[in-house]
Structure formats: C-alpha cells, structure tokens
Design a protein around this ligand. Sequence first.
Ligand code: PLP
Length: 382
Amino acid sequence: MDERFLLMIPGPTFSEQSTLLSLARVTRSHISGEFEDVLRNALEVLKKLLNTDGEVIVMPGSGTSAMEFSVANFVRPGYRVLNLVSGYFGEYFVQATRARGGYSIQARTKVGLGFRGDEVRELVERENVSVVTVQHVETSNGVVNHVSQIGGALRSSGEVLIVDAVASLGGMEVNMRDWGIDVCFAGSQKALAIPPGLGIVGLSKRAVEMLESGESELFFFNGRKWLSMMRNVKNYFSTLPVNMIYALSESLRKISTEGFEKRYLRHKVMAEAVRQGIEALGLSIVADKDFRSDTVTAVWLPSNVNFQDLSREMLNRNIVIAGGLGELAGKIFRIGHMGVVNANDVASTLAALERSLVKVGYPVKLGAGVSAAQEVLARHNF
Ligand SMILES: Cc1ncc(COP(=O)(O)O)c(C=O)c1O
C-alpha cells in the first residue's frame, strides 16, 4: 500500500507535509528563547481554539495521559465524581477516577445516545458530587454529548466539569468559557492533524486558581509544575517534546489560516456527506440523529458482513477504516472524517466502501452512496 492510502480512522489522522517536515527541524534547547517563542505562539492559538480565559498546558503523551493529568489534579481521594458514560472512552474516566481514589458514580446512556443538561442537573443534586466528567465526542460510537447544556446545568453550583475533547478539538467548536468547562483536554493525533505524541490540557481561570491554591502530592502530573514551565520554559521540570511542539505550531498556523469557523463548517459538511452516503447504501448509523458528531461516524455492520473481511477489502483499495471497541467490537465499523479531510477523501472512501461491500456479499447499487454524498458536497460548494 506504501504511501498512497487514506487514513480514514478516528485518529491518528493524516498529517500534511509541512507539519511532518517541521518534526525534522534541528532540535533547539528546550529552555531556549527560540523554542519559547514557538511554544508561546502555540499556546496562544490553543487558548483561542479552546476559548478559555485561563491557561493551556502541552505535554508529551496522548489523550489518555491528558485525561489522567486532568483527573489527578482535580479529583482527590474520596471525592464523589459523576462519570457520564456514553461509550468506551467514558469508561476510561471511571478507571482514572478510581485510580486516583475518587468515588465514581456512573450514569450510562444507551448505545447511540448522549447526555443533555437536564438529567445531569438532577444527578448532580441527588448524588452530591464535586466533579463531573464527560466526552465531547465519544469516538467509539460517534456520539456527541451536549456539553454546552451540561455546563449550563452545572453553572450555578460550582462542580468542576472535566471534558474529553480528544476527538473534537480542531474539528468542532469547543467553548470552555461559554459552556462552563473547567478542564478540557485533547491529544495531537485527531482533528489537530499532528502525529500522536502530545497531550493538551486547557484550564479555565478558576481551574488555574484551584491548581495554584492547593498543595499537590503528584510528581510528573503535578499541575503547578507544568503551569510554571508553560509560563517560562526556563522553569525546567521535565524536557518538553521540542519537535512535536514545532509540528503543533505548524498545524495550528494552518488551522488559523483556514479559520476556525471555516474549519468547523468543512467538518460539518464532510460529516453530513458521509452520513448521507452511508444511509443511501441502506446502512444504519449508530448515533441517534440528535447526537451525531462531525468528526467520526460509526455504522452498524450488516448481519452477514464481518469487519475483518470488510476492512481487508477496504485496505485492498487503499483505505483504512476502524472497527468497534469493547462491546461494539465486530458489530460496527467507523469512519474518521477529521483533521485535513477533504471532499475527495469522502467520495473515495464511499466509492471504495461500495465496491468492498459488494465483494463481501452485501450488494449495493454502485454509485448510490457516492451520489448522495456528492449532492451534499456540491450543495456546499466543495
Ligand atoms: C474520546 C477519546 N478519549 C480518549 C482517548 C484516548 O486517547 P489516546 O489513545 O490518545 O491515549 C481516545 C482515543 O481514541 C478518544 O477517542
């Protein structure tokens, strides 16, 4: 397959050449002025992308380490934590809460449904929790939770809201300030279109104050040490991933050039084109209509098709798709449409999917999915 393939999984996603080449720049000292400028710039753009009036921390790692960092710094042993679980990655929060010694109270949705605000308000009052966790986009099933409503429901009572934006930041609007999010984290490898290797944590003003006011027994994940190094790289604590931050900076430059609103619109249109294409092939989308993300679409596999066969046929056609995780393994397939995804990627993926489905014994009318997607793409001038 070599280099001519499309990575249509929900992360890692395709990185553009200039982003990859920036990894190959000569490594500067992690405490040099040149590097500090690059980092400072990246943090400023991330603050805008997250819409936070607080601060942002960038660290080596991934979505999971950024999650553990967030939970470790805002949950203390014995804290009562409401984990809103709408899929596989929601369970990560349960584990991270317990690993920290927190008391996890879980609310779970049926597969394909997400959380809105009302039920969360009720739960928080009944369970007397001090922290609430939720995914913005639950990548395992393509569900988007209504985080603005959840934040609105908590606004008057002061619980700390921790949001996993691993599969949304850079592809869908995230608004920490207006939605009432205290801590919001992501990884580099999804809609930000950078290779895996970075964890990103946005903090609200209140979250920064909380970090600064308490003592912490944490070592590597000690939020105060990270904040101090972000403010001045000379406050060395652990070597920053200099070249990954070059790549971050380059990708954020491109994101700014495209414009946040235009980027979100592109994701919205690509998502709609994928969904129309899928449904025109007679396939069903896992996420309910009110909870469909713009970054990933999960699709129920027809009963006579197994994922190994379908993904092999797609790979033969140079397109990589993802399977299900946990309880959905073997039952669904997933298409990631985030980062630098474009209309040609969407059309090619649907075209290859049609031929692959025919090959594995699920006859579809060739062109039906592509045609439905084309209507959406053309309507929006792509
Ligand atoms: C919503 C969500 N949270 C957390 C994670 C874990 O992130 P990582 O694999 O980067 O550690 C993922 C990974 O796909 C994810 O999609």
